[in-house]
Design a protein around this ligand. Sequence first.
Ligand code: ADP
Ligand code: MG
Length: 151
Amino acid sequence: MDLEKLEAILASQSHEFDVVVRIAKEEDIAVARQMAKKLAQEMGFSLADTTKVATAVSELARNIYRYAQQGRIMLRKKEEGKSGPSMEIIAADQGPGIPDVELVLTKGYTTYERSLGIGLSGVKRLMDSFAIYSAPGRGTVVVAEKRRRRF
Ligand SMILES: Nc1ncnc2c1ncn2[C@@H]1O[C@H](COP(=O)(O)OP(=O)(O)O)[C@@H](O)[C@H]1O
Ligand SMILES: [Mg+2]
């Protein structure tokens, strides 16, 4: 069930991840972006995919800062699986939640007036997998994954 998944991820511990960035002030967004870029480079992601990962993390961190004021970006290398190595990206906050997740995934949807980012629909497009778990008053968790492609 989604609420259990949300609570489980909110309760996850820092040591389960390779990188954890606390988001609480605007500068933390750039820190999260930089850390994601560094991990993607270490994992051997292409330049294009490194940029996609950094852009996605930046967007998720900005949403945390803007809508929930604080939360965490958590990054993890996943080596297992037939599809090879991938990076898991989790954005977690205990903010107001998103009332209608399907609605906000509509391309071009925004509640923010001077929105410049690619939005959640853009993040979904950049990633290989993408899920949102959210409940009003409990918070929001986005789980995304990007596979490493070699070419
Ligand atoms: N972490 C979050 N907590 C609460 N609401 C959020 C969060 N992230 C996104 N939202 C809601 O979903 C909407 C869509 O987000 P997004 O696609 O990033 O577009 P934008 O940020 O430009 O509005 C936001 O306007 C906001 O209402
Ligand atoms: Mg946004």
